[in-house]
Design a binder for this molecule. Sequence first.
Ligand code: BGC
Length: 884
Amino acid sequence: MKLYTKLLVASLFLSVSAFAAQPVGLRCEYLVNPLGIDAPHPRLTWMLADARQGAKQSAYQVIVGLDSAEVSRGIGNAWSTAKVNSPAILATYQGKGLQPYTKYYWRVQAWDKDGVKTTPSAISSFETGLMGMGNWKGTWISDHNGVNVKPAPYFRTTFSTKKKVKSARAYIAVAGLYELYLNGEKIGNHRLDPMYTRFDRRTLYVTYDVTAQVATGKNAIGVLLGNGWYNHQSTAVWDFHLAAWRARPTFCLDFRITYDDGTFETISSNEQWKTSLSPITLNSIYTAEHYDAQLDQPGWNTVDFDDKKWKPAFARPTPSQNIVSQQVVPVRAVETIPAKSITKLDDESVVFDLGRNISGVSKITVSGKAGTVIRLKHGERLYKNGHVDLSNIDLHYRPTDDKDPFQVDIFTLSGKGQESFMPKFNYKGFQYVEVTSSEPVELNKESLTGYFMHSDVPPVGTVATSNPTINKIWYATNNSYLSNLFGYPTDCPQREKNGWTGDAIIASETGLYSFDGITVYEKWMADHRDEQQPNGVLPSIIPTAGWGYEWGNGPDWTSTIAMIPWNVYLFYGDQKILADNYDNIRRYVNHINDLYPSGLCSWGLGDWVPVKSVSPVELTSTCYYYADVTILAKAAKLLGKTDDYAKYTTLQAKIKKAFNDKYLNEQTANYNKGLQTELAVPLFMGIVPDNFKAKIAAKLADRVAADNFHLDVGILGGKAIMNALSDNGYADVAYKIASQETFPSWGWWIKNGATTLYENWDIDAKSDISLNHIMFGGIGAWLYRGIGGIQPDEQQSGFKHVVLKPNFVAGLNEFDGSHTGPYGKITSIWKRNGNAVEYTVTIPANTTAGVVLPQGKKASLNGKAISTAKAIEISAGTYRFTIN
Ligand code: BGC
């Protein structure tokens, strides 16, 4: 650590421990100082930094205004709340109507546990965007080409600033993908913007602060458009090439300059812009990108470029009537991964190995003769002869010719010295890159670099244990979670890139423990609302070009509509996502009720990719349906919808009765045949009658023992089994499963070199063999929950009250985990010390926790004997327990 960093860390620490309490971590709509806020009532959140034992916020005041100096003096001309006696750390803006294009400053004043004023927060800001379709000045433009034309188009214009510039903003709405340039420089570090939506129902725009890039005098704006999911030219089984919205990519841009004298000017996209084809000769989000450097037009996005040969742009219709701001953490190239090795295969080809499986792109740097064609084939596996093997990931691709090979970038050299290529409008899933050149070129290990791309969600969780395999499972789970997060959750980054609902249900809790992903989930739920049919039906992949309303969309997959809002509510304590989707959940539940009036639902794919045993679809789907109705009833209660609460509580009871009447054998205390999934899913979904829970859990533990403490589940059982065991007194059994290193187990993948999770327990299976799937990723959440015991409490969600219920499982010596929730960081650390366990917990200011320790054991807190008969209630601070 550099000295400066050390000092910074030390001073941050001091500011929390020794100095006065203060609200920190201010965010608007869960983003730091965001631009482009369209919400008329944005949510403002903060945390209280106060390291004192028992610290809490007794009151707060939020001040919002146009003048930062006034706000810092406590004057808010837009909104100033009274002193609100409340521990709340979320306030929804209720001040004067927000104006478009306007920066608002805000700060929070808190009062501590003793009613003493804290140091006020630092000043934070948010800036509104267009706040409505009517404010756009620009014309949607494209070039004259049709959907099948392969090269990506360039667009440019120039303008002159007339006076001294105070600030400048670019607002760009795109159907397709874009890169925006000002005076030759790329604006921002986002990749694959804007995010994928159902383009004909909702189109996103992105806002940039370009004040620093605007030159005095002449300026040039350049826009490069890519196809993305909008103009899907590659053909695969999901029919994206048949999308009703499909057209040549198009954009609308407003470039708004505010001058020092208070006047402003907007430079907009229109038919005077010029366009030309770029050197990107093919771009497909699904397959790859081709670039012919011989077609380079140096300086195309700068002022002095001669664009006489370019054509005028062409006005296009608006892709949707709903152009809204993209208020989501962007996709970025988050990690740079140098190649670990290079292997020469023959005179034409070499293979680079990144040493780990990722989603993203590679960048090659090379020099060679003009016209040399370099092909970069990206894959997850190698054939025995060392060449890259695509057979596990290209099987759903239906190419019409050989010009668009799967996961193969094609780079044609200009011959002008050293040149580099990295795709702009594509990403892939890969560990290996086979590089083939039409002419001899020099390549070494440094010639190729990998970039791990994904939604750049901030990490909020840590897990480290004394078992290295468990640590690697956690790492691989996070890698697969991130590899499958691109503004919507996907199943895999290579074969499909589909927003498979079922995979996302399983991944959501895992993701929420490790990453601050609320913005992505809120966006994806808007995608759900766009896709839902009036009768409540959802497609199995979201977004979709139409595929998926007819296959795979039973409640075991599309329960995302209820389960994701519920999980986000549990983790963030913010009801908005439940309120926004309430009507959609209700329509969904009503539709299933119409189709399955008995309460038993047989719609679904069932326990997908099982090890060996197959459970009835009706058994698992009914449990999912039951869980949805349970969530709906709870949401009705929270939102004060008393009639609905009564109605759906009755429906819940009906489903529970129908299910248990059919599947529960009361004599033997068993469900159906007593398979792992058949016992685990009902337990996990809470449909087991109370008086049978212990017996069913015991049966499940016996079943697992009979299966030699190995899994016999598919994805539904895989999510349920760990919690079903550890929540019902069998954490040791769950840990035995988790720590296996032989087939079938997570550890078996790790022992075979996995750095991501796989699609199939059987590494040598013939189908379903992607090496980067998140659908068996439930174990990630279980490590925090089942071993670390960090759990949200639905009575006080958002970790306002934390449940700390660690399991000191046999066979593990140490666990060290943390999760930073809306109030701050929660840590749960335990360590064996001879026959005793030392357990240390920290919970943040303004929260309380119930610590549940193993009953019947002797325990002490800071040296003083305590009873473990019931939960030990603690307030903010650090506590050391010893359990003998
Ligand atoms: C996907 C899965 C998905 C499944 C649905 C597969 O092709 O990769 O992850 O959930 O289809 O059946």
